[in-house]
Design a protein around this ligand. Structure first.
Ligand SMILES: OC[C@H]1O[C@H](O[C@H]2O[C@H](CO)[C@@H](O)[C@H](O)[C@H]2O)[C@H](O)[C@@H](O)[C@@H]1O
Length: 598
C-alpha cells in the first residue's frame, strides 16, 4: 500500500518529477515528461504497478530526511541496529535523456541494503522485456526503454530486479536509471556523483534571483523551488501538480489529473514569481500563453497540455485500484472543455501584472488581449462552471463575474496608464455595468455577504478574492461581512472549505464531500490581514505552515479530522497561496493592500 501523501518527497528535472517515499521507494514517475504514462505507479495501486526502492534490507520508514540546502537533492537517512545509512536522490537537469540518480552512502557501521526495481510502463500495465547486458540492465517495451547502471551485481526474481549489498561507513554505491524512447540510441551514462553536484549547483544558482524580505523566508524559498520544479522547461508551461488522482476524499471518486497547465493556476504562479524576482519565468509563461491561446478567442480553453495541446480527453485507468482504494484513477481532464469565465479576467490581470513589472510589451500580447476583451464583452453575463470547475449546472458564480469585471478593469487601465489603443469608454461602461449587477444580484444584504452564485444560500471561499481583485476595498462593510461569513460558515477546525458540497442542493454535481482547501485557507489568512485582524492572520498562517510535510511540501487539500494531506501533490495552487500570503502578511506587497487596486 502507498504511504501517506505527506510521506512523499519530490525530485525533478524540469520536464518530469518523481515522488520518493519515506521508505526509500519511488512510487510515482512519468517519463519522459510530466503528462506521460507513469512507469512507477505504486502510488495509485500497489507494488505490482511499478516502484523502485533503495533502503535498508530490513525495510521501514526513514529516521529523517531533508533537501540539501535550497536544492531538490533529497537525502533520506535511516538509523539501524547495524549502523546509519543515507540514500541521496536527484534528477539532474535534463541532458541527452532523463536520469534518476540514487547514491547510497554509509554513515556508520555496516548496513545490509536491498534495491528492488520493478518497471511497469503505461501506468503499471506493461511488463518490459528485461535483459542483463554485462552488468547493465536494459528494459524495453513498445516505445519505452530504460537502463540501470550500478557496480552492484543484479539478479532477477518474480519479474523484479534486486541487488543485495552491504554499505560500510564512508562507502558510496551509485544507481543510475536512464530513460529514452526505445527507437533512439542508448544515451551516454551519466556519472552519479557529478550529476548530484550539477543538480545542487543548478538549484542554488536559480535561487540567486530570489527577492523577498520578510518573515518566513525559508518557507517561501522552498515553495518557489516547488513552483519552479512544476515548470516544464522546454515550453514554460506550469503544471498544477505532478500527480493524477490523489483523492480529495479518501475512498471517494473526486480524483483528477493535474498534470496540465491551468491558466488560472499559472496566473497565480506568475504573481508569486514576479513578486519574488523571477522575471525570466514570467516571460516564459507569457510566451507559453501567447502560443497556447493563439487562434479564435472564443476557443480559449481554461487549461492546456504542457506544450499547449488542446484536447485532453479524460478516461479511467481501470487496472489501478486508486490511492487507498480511491477510484477511479483518471487520466486527462474533462474540465478542459468547460466554460470558466474567471479565466478571461485572470489572464488579463496576469498580463497587466507583466506590464506593471516592466516586461516589455509585444503587439501580439495586446492583440490577444483585445480579442479576449471582445469575447468577454459578449459573454460576461453567461452562466459558467466557475473556478471550482463544477460538473453540475452552470451558474452565475459571483467570483466569475468579479473576475470578468477585473478583466475589463485591466483593459481600461492599459489605455489610461500605458496608452494602449482601445475603445476605453465602452470598456469602462461594461466594467461599471458588471460591478452594479454583482452588487445587486450577488450580495445578500440580509446576511451582509456576497454569495456563491446569484441568489444562492451557499458561500464560496473565492469571495475572499473580491478585494484582491480590486473590486471593492478592504474597508468596505460588504467585504468585512463576507470575510466574516465565509470564516463562520466554511471553516472546519479553522481550515477553509471551498464551499459546502451539499449547499443549494449539491452545486458541484458530484457525490461525497472533500477536505479543507489549502490555498483557500491562505486566502483567509490574507483576508483577515486585509480587514485588520492581523494577529489572527499571523496565527492562521503559522498553522498552515504546520500542514507542510517535513520537506515543506503541500498537497491540494487537508483533512482536519484525519489530520493528513489530501489531493494531488505537490500542488502549485497551495504553494502559490503560501508565497502570496507571506508577501502580504510581511507587508512586502503594498499595492495589494492599498484597497486591492493596482
Ligand atoms: O474538485 C473538482 C475539480 O477539481 C479539479 O480542479 C481543481 O484544480 C484545478 C487545478 O489546480 C484548479 O484550477 C481548480 O480551481 C480546482 O477546482 C479538477 O481539475 C476538476 O476536473 C474537478 O472538477
Amino acid at each position: 500500500m502507498a504511504l501517506r501523501i505527506e510521506d512523499y518527497g519530490l525530485i525533478g528535472d524540469l520536464q518530469t518529477a518523481a515522488l520518493v517515499g519515506r521508505d526509500g521507494s519511488v512510487d510515482w514517475l512519468c517519463l519522459p515528461r510530466f503528462d506521460a504514462p507513469a512507469c512507477f505507479a505504486a502510488l495509485l495501486g500497489d507494488e505490482r504497478a511499478g516502484f523502485w526502492r533503495v533502503a535498508p534490507a530490513a525495510g521501514g520508514l526513514c529516521t529523517r530526511r531533508r533537501y540539501r540546502g535550497d536544492s531538490l537533492v533529497l537525502e533520506t537517512e535511516w538509523d539501524t541496529p547495524e549502523g546509519s545509512v543515507r540514500v541521496i536522490d536527484a534528477m539532474p537537469p535534463r541532458g541527452e535523456a532523463a536520469d534518476v540518480v540514487r547514491v547510497v552512502e554509509g554513515l556508520s557501521g555496516r548496513v545490509p541494503m536491498r534495491m528492488a526495481l520493478r518497471l511497469r510502463f503505461d501506468y503499471g500495465h506493461v511488463v518490459p522485456w528485461v535483459r542483463n547486458r554485462d552488468g547493465e540492465l536494459v528494459a524495453v517495451a513498445g516505445p519505452d526503454a530504460a537502463w540501470l547502471n550500478t557496480p552492484v551485481p543484479l539478479r532477477g526474481e518474480d519479474m523484479t530486479t534486486y541487488a543485495d549489498f552491504t554499505v560500510a561507513a564512508g562507502q558510496r554505491v551509485p544507481f543510475v536509471l536512464t530513460y529514452r524512447r526505445s527507437h533512439e540510441r542508448k544515451p551516454k551514462a551519466v556519472d552519479a556523483e557529478r550529476a548530484l553536484a550539477d543538480t545542487e549547483a543548478f538549484w542554488t544558482s536559480w535561487l540567486r534571483g530570489f527577492r523577498y524580505e520578510g518573515r518566513w523566508e525559508d518557507a517561501v524559498r522552498r515553495s518557489l523551488v516547488v513552483l519552479k520544479a512544476l515548470t516544464y522547461k522546454p515550453t514554460g508551461g506550469i503544471v498544477a501538480a505532478v500527480t493524477t488522482s490523489l483523492p480529495e476524499q479518501l475512498g471517494g471518486p473526486r480524483n483528477w489529473d493535474y498534470r496540465f497547465c491551468w491558466l488560472r493556476d499559472a496566473t497565480f504562479t506568475l504573481q508569486a514569481l514576479l513578486g519574488t524576482g523571477f522575471v525570466a519565468e514570467a516571460k516564459a509563461w507569457r510566451e507559453w500563453l501567447l502560443r497556447a491561446a493563439a487562434g479564435d478567442p472564443a476557443d480559449l480553453q481554461i487549461m492546456y497540455g504542457i506544450d499547449g495541446t488542446r484536447r485532453l480527453p479524460e478516461y479511467t485507468v481501470d487496472w489501478l485500484a486508486g490511492y487507498e482504494g480511491s477510484a477511479p484513477v483518471r487520466v486527462g481532464n474533462a474540465a478542459s472543455g468547460q466554460f470558466q469565465l474567471d479565466v478571461w479576467g485572470e489572464v488579463l490581470d496576469g498580463l497587466h501584472l507583466t506590464r506593471l513589472a516592466g516586461i516589455e510589451s509585444e503587439d501580439e500580447a495586446w492583440d490577444l488581449q483585445r480579442a479576449l476583451l471582445d469575447f468577454l464583452e459578449g459573454h460576461w453575463d453567461d452562466p459558467d462552471n466557475g473556478l471550482w470547475e463544477v460538473r453540475g449546472d452552470r451558474r452565475h458564480f459571483v467570483h466569475s463575474k468579479v473576475m470578468a469585471w477585473a478583466g475589463m478593469d485591466r483593459a481600461v487601465r492599459a489605455v489610461e496608464r500605458f496608452g494602449l489603443e482601445g475603445p476605453v469608454d465602452r470598456w469602462r461602461a461594461t466594467r461599471d455595468k458588471i460591478h452594479a449587477e454583482v452588487c445587486d444580484r450577488g450580495y445578500d444584504s440580509g446576511r451582509n455577504t456576497f454569495t456563491q452564485f446569484y441568489g444562492s444560500k451557499g458561500l464560496d471561499a473565492a469571495l475572499l478574492l473580491i478585494p484582491r481583485a480590486g473590486f471593492l476595498p478592504w474597508d468596505d462593510p460588504r467585504v468585512r461581512g463576507t470575510v466574516e461569513a465565509v470564516q463562520r460558515e466554511l471553516c472546519s477546525d479553522g481550515f477553509l472549505l471551498r464551499y459546502r458540497t451539499g449547499a443549494d442542493g449539491g452545486v458541484d454535481g458530484l457525490p461525497g464531500a472533500e477536505g479543507a482547501f489549502v490555498t483557500c485557507t491562505f486566502w483567509l489568512a490574507d483576508a483577515l490581514y486585509g480587514i485588520g485582524r492581523r494577529r489572527e492572520a499571523y496565527e492562521l498562517f503559522e498553522r498552515l505552515l504546520e500542514l507542510r510535510n517535513d520537506l515543506g511540501l503541500l498537497s491540494e487539500e487537508y483533512d482536519p479530522v484525519a489530520r493528513r494531506q489530501l489531493g494531488n501533490t505537490p500542488q502549485a495552487f497551495s504553494h502559490v497561496g503560501l508565497v502570496n500570503a507571506a508577501r502580504h502578511l510581511s507587508g512586502t506587497d503594498p499595492a495589494e493592500h492599498a484597497g486591492g487596486g493596482r
